[in-house]
Ligand binder design. Structure first.
Ligand code: HEC
Ligand code: HEC
Ligand code: HEC
Ligand code: HEC
Length: 455
């Protein structure tokens, strides 16, 4: 009797376990993102969220190195992409790349032992293209990645092959005859959140430019605006991938009143740029690497590994929880700001204050400086007891001693110009150089200035 009862309880307990195995243990948290009652809510499970956040922690920043020194392309033999970096910045990036992509294997994951210039290892050839792709993302896709930007770590997370890549998918092997022809769907697939939707929505939407549409724009199916039922299914497949990759519900991007309407959360527009970005990366950078990879890296249909939303996002709506790694690695940011200099601004006169600007690393006086100082010189001559004070500024980036030397030489150049105009050296006071905090790009023209005034 007793035995029977406990086994019945056992069965009941087992049934309960089986029935709830597919669910997540409560409590879950919800965040309201629109009016109550409209379903605009995000549901998070704090426990699974903790795992995702753990996976998305940013790595430690590689020690910075002071700028200056010769360019890497002039010192090494085979530098084709990082031609704008000095040796210090180049080496720092090599160290960071090793930490991000091949921390266990080290430099020789990409380099032939004892021959750094050689291109025989395919990983180095791939990495060179990755460098171009990474800069291209940060430079040309700011409408998606913003100032947060991406580094190799965003996708690689300490592994040579990122955790989430995709290939064209022929589906599971199937018998011939009547059961043939799954039409690329009807089997639970991880790529589309274990639904039976088409398991490869990536080829049509993240490589090719097919319209992502459910609602027809016209009465009849039109391949330009909507491709019929197949596109509706592909679209839902892709949307499941979006939700899973970002760890969000559909309402993170849509107002469920109308899925097609753009009058919803602004995140949908960001996602739209993400789709366009991936089409560009997959078609122009990742697919063409097919010829470079060894056979075991290619997919079942012989195509190269490609990226989707999960490659960067890895379960969070901002990769690495929004950590702005790019700030610490300007070598992967815009190329333009590193090589193109803004022209030196004209001197400005503000009453008794004259501000004279200089070119990067130079103490040559601007041609317009003497005429800008003319009023000041007249004032000094009219009042023999007055004195001119000169203060130099320099940026906080770079070597302090050489910055101070430069600031001093600039002040002396201005003193020389005053002497030419008839103001003796003993009427000029030189003040200590003042340090100006650098801006993000590291070069601020207002830091390269000298101010002159009458006291
Ligand atoms: C993930 C791949 C990768 C790793 C890891 C890597 N490198 Fe490189 N390395 C490259 C690429 C790509 C280039 C060529 C860059 C270019 O063309 O602008 C390069 C070029 C170089 C060069 C210039 C060689 C020449 O003569 O042209 C040196 C030096 C170098 N790396 C040092 C290192 C050191 C030291 C390490 C380890 C701390 C390292 N690299 C790790 C990919 C890598
Ligand atoms: C947008 C995501 C993304 C970024 C950013 C990115 N990679 Fe990759 N990388 C990939 C994908 C996808 C592959 C293909 C994986 C494979 O080889 O199977 C790959 C492959 C590689 C490989 C070949 C590994 C192998 O063994 O096949 C190297 C080396 C590499 N990347 C280096 C880099 C470096 C260095 C950077 C930063 C300058 C970088 N990647 C940035 C997505 C990215
Ligand atoms: C990260 C943002 C994001 C998430 C999450 C998301 N979507 Fe979308 N969805 C988009 C974007 C962007 C488009 C438009 C693509 C285009 O026009 O090229 C779109 C298009 C659609 C369309 C097509 C509308 C039309 O014009 O026919 C439907 C339907 C849709 N999504 C449903 C869903 C469902 C259901 C979910 C949840 C499973 C979801 N979406 C999750 C961003 C998102
Ligand atoms: C190359 C890496 C990369 C890929 C691939 C990528 N994203 Fe992003 N995404 C980012 C970064 C970085 C940010 C953070 C931008 C910021 O902080 O402004 C971001 C932000 C977003 C946001 C805004 C989140 C918010 O709350 O403001 C959405 C939505 C988004 N991505 C959707 C997508 C979708 C959908 C895809 C696939 C079609 C995708 N992303 C592919 C890197 C990527």
């Amino acid at each position: 009797m007793n035995g029977l009862r406990s086994s019945t309880l056992g069965v009941l307990a087992l049934t309960a376990v089986v029935l709830t195995a597919g669910c997540e243990r409560p409590p879950v948290e919800s965040i309201q993102r629109g009016y109550r009652g409209t379903g605009m809510v995000q549901v998070f499970n704090p426990r699974t969220q903790a795992v995702v956040l753990d996976r998305n922690a940013a790595p430690e920043v590689t020690l910075p190195v002071p700028p200056g020194g010769p360019l890497a392309k002039d010192v090494y033999k085979n530098v084709k992409v990082l031609t704008d970096l000095d040796v210090g910045a180049f080496t720092r990036l090599m160290v960071a790349m090793t930490n991000w992509v091949s921390p266990e294997q080290g430099c020789n994951y990409c380099h032939a032992e004892g021959n750094l210039e050689s291109d025989v290892v395919y990983a180095k050839v791939v990495a060179r293209r990755m460098l171009q792709m990474n800069r291209h993302i940060n430079q040309d896709w700011a409408n998606h990645v913003g100032l947060t930007g991406v580094t190799c770590y965003t996708c690689h997370r300490g592994q040579p092959v990122p955790a989430f890549v995709w290939f064209a998918d022929p589906g599971p092997p199937q018998a011939a005859g009547l059961t043939r022809g799954r039409a690329g769907q009807n089997t639970p697939a991880v790529s589309v959140g274990l639904t039976s939707l088409p398991y490869d929505p990536f080829t049509p939407y993240l490589l090719e430019n097919r319209p992502i549409r459910v609602q027809a724009a016209g009465a009849l199916p039109d391949p330009k605006t909507n491709g019929g039922i197949m596109h509706a299914e592909w679209t839902y497949g892709l949307m499941h991938h979006f939700s899973n990759s970002l760890g969000v519900n559909c309402t993170y991007c849509h107002n469920t009143r109308s899925f097609a309407s753009w009058e919803g959360p602004p995140q949908r527009a960001t996602a739209y740029h993400g789709i366009e970005m991936l089409r560009d990366l997959n078609a122009n950078y990742l697919s063409p690497l097919k010829a470079t990879y060894p056979a075991q890296r290619l997919g079942p249909l012989g195509d190269a590994p490609k990226a989707n939303c999960a490659t960067c996002h890895q379960g969070l709506f901002k990769p690495l929880a929004g950590a702005q790694m790019l700030q610490d690695y300007p070598a992967l940011a815009k190329v333009a700001t590193l090589v193109v200099e803004a022209p030196t601004p004209e001197p400005t006169v503000q009453g008794d204050l004259v501000i004279i600007f200089f070119a990067v690393g130079s103490f040559d006086l601007h041609a317009a400086a003497p005429s800008a100082m003319q009023g000041l010189v007249e004032k000094l001559k009219a009042n023999p007891k007055s004195r001119a004070t000169i203060s130099g500024y320099h940026s906080a980036t770079g070597d302090t001693a050489s910055n101070q030397e430069l600031a001093k030489n600039r002040a002396l150049a201005v003193q020389g110009a005053l002497k030419n105009a008839g103001i003796a050296d003993n009427r000029v006071v030189l003040e200590r150089p003042i340090v100006v905090q650098a801006n993000v790009s590291g070069e601020d023209p207002t830091a390269r200035r000298v101010e002159v005034t009458v006291k």
